[in-house]
Design a binder for this molecule. Structure first.
Ligand SMILES: Cc1cc2nc3c(=O)[nH]c(=O)nc-3n(C[C@H](O)[C@H](O)[C@H](O)COP(=O)(O)O)c2cc1C
Length: 475
């Protein structure tokens, strides 16, 4: 039997394999086995004659191979102000390797266009029940059946009323009535509409009918000065819930593991109104928390001050300073895996002003600094309660790999995720990331450079790598 060394493969193929493996929650080796098994099936063999269909070209063109897309979502967009977020939801679903077909109600088209929906889904968007082009073969029945899940986002009060009463007077409601698939609703409306007795009755009826709901969340409404329950769940939450329905249970490789993640900046007070901070947005740490949760882990996220929605199903502890963060981290132990993605301030002011510092007209007040506790080193070197896997982040603006190598040895952690945060990269605060994973084996450090991806993509790939590591340790 021939053996294959993945390291010797062409870069594009290796990148594609890693991404495919990460998305499917498998190790690279298992992914190769699945591909070989699929390719060896007699009905699959002729495909080798059509190189334009193979995954290598798909990887080079940045497209995912078609055969990889297995599950389909019909997304119905209702006519609410949150319809604009449904466009982001299309992206989030596609990131999770789901095929998305979009249907817009007539009212939804007042908020977003079918063109935007079809551009994002790479499919025609459907709007009309009496469309001769798609109804020549009862298209609404096809749209209802040719999917694995129907997501309605935003689900308006009106759509829910129609569903609860079995109406089918437009394409969206006809699909919903003709479907035997799971329906996931993400309601979004003004809190008064949500709390109205009619909506309460409709929600109760829909729940009795087996419809599943995510949200609505509490918070500020689009209308000025209005707050309460009625905000649509965030696109990432909805995508995560959709994936949880569709993903087979074996794709929860971190089930039973406890994972601690830090994220965001820290704020180091100068006086009651001023502080030292940095530009970290917390997006990467939050994405890792969501991915670890999706992989079945119990997740504790210790976050500095950020402006992000809390990931679904994650325990979040909010802190301000580096010292608060260390205390929250220590309180969360023991954990199996600790991932320190926070950009912790290295220094704080020696003596924080009890009152706001005033201009005196004389010399500037000196800010004397002292070093903050080193959270990564403290946990990596702790005698009791050291997690089995400790992962640090290295955000550098020069000599990225050399600095990251020095850091992994200095701090005593097991892995480092290194990224270049020079302003020109747009990584700090942005949605994408290009990382290098450094892993330590005794005195050797391996460097694995990943292609540019979204921060969600990096999170999924990192979690898959962690799962692979634990599987190797406990086969
Ligand atoms: C500016 C604007 C915003 C609206 N936002 C919402 C909303 O967030 N939720 C909702 O249930 N209805 C909302 N409506 C009312 C719906 O658009 C209306 O009930 C429509 O008939 C819904 O149609 P559909 O359920 O077929 O999409 C809004 C209307 C307007 C004009």
């Amino acid at each position: 039997m021939a053996s294959l060394t993945i390291r010797k493969l062409d870069d594009a193929i290796r990148d594609e394999l890693r991404l495919r493996a990460a998305r499917n929650g498998r190790s690279v080796e298992d992914e190769v086995r699945v591909i070989l098994r699929e390719a060896a099936r007699p009905d699959a063999l002729p495909k080798a004659d059509f190189p334009h269909e193979n995954s290598i070209l798909a990887a080079k063109s940045g497209q995912r191979p078609k055969s990889d897309i297995t599950q389909r979502v019909t997304l119905i967009i209702g006519g609410g102000i949150a319809a604009y977020k449904a466009l982001d939801l299309i992206r989030r679903l596609k990131e999770r390797n789901l095929h998305v077909r979009v249907v817009l109600t007539r009212a939804a088209q007042q908020f977003v266009t079918p063109l935007a929906a079809s551009a994002l889904s790479n499919e025609r968007a459907y709007t009309d029940l009496f469309d001769p082009q798609s109804e020549f073969d009862a298209g609404h029945i096809r749209l209802a059946r040719e999917c694995d899940l129907i997501v309605v986002a935003p689900a308006t009060a009106d759509l829910m009323a129609k569903m609860a009463n079995g109406h089918a007077d437009d394409l969206a409601t006809a699909i919903l009535l003709a479907s035997d698939k799971t329906i996931l609703l993400a309601p979004a409306m003004n809190p008064l509409m949500w709390n109205n007795a009619a909506t309460r009755r409709n929600v109760a009826q829909l729940q009795r009918d087996g419809v599943v709901m995510i949200g609505p969340n509490a918070g500020e409404m689009a209308e000025r000065n209005e707050a309460g329950t009625g905000r649509m769940a965030e696109p990432t939450e909805i995508a995560e819930a959709a994936e949880a329905f569709l993903r087979p249970p074996q794709a929860q490789p971190l089930a039973g593991k406890r994972v601690l993640i830090t994220a965001g900046p820290t704020h180091e007070p100068i006086d009651p109104v001023r502080y030292i901070a940095n530009r970290s947005s917390g997006k990467q740490g939050f994405a890792i928390a969501a991915a670890a949760r999706a992989a079945g882990a119990e997740v504790i996220l210790v976050s500095g001050p950020v402006d992000l929605d809390e990931p679904h199903g994650v325990i979040v502890k909010h802190v301000e300073s580096a010292r608060d963060m260390l205390a929250a981290v220590e309180a969360a132990l023991p954990v199996d895996i600790a991932i320190f993605a926070a950009a912790v301030a290295d220094w704080r002011v020696v003596s924080e002003g009890a009152q706001k510092l005033k201009k005196t007209g004389a010399a500037l007040p000196p800010l004397q600094l002292t070093e903050n506790p080193d959270i990564l080193a403290t946990i990596s070197k702790s005698k009791d309660n050291r997690p089995a896997l400790v992962i640090g982040f290295a955000a550098e603006t020069e000599h990225l790999i050399d600095n990251a190598k020095a850091k992994i040895l200095r701090k005593g952690c097991d892995w480092i995720v290194a990224n270049d945060v020079s302003p020109s990269t747009g990584i700090m605060g942005g949605d994408d990331n290009t990382v290098h994973l450094l892993t330590r084996r005794d005195s050797e450090i391996d460097v694995d450079s990943w292609p540019a991806m979204s921060k969600d993509g990096v999170a999924t790939a990192l979690v898959a790598r962690i799962a692979e590591q634990f599987k190797k340790a406990n086969p």
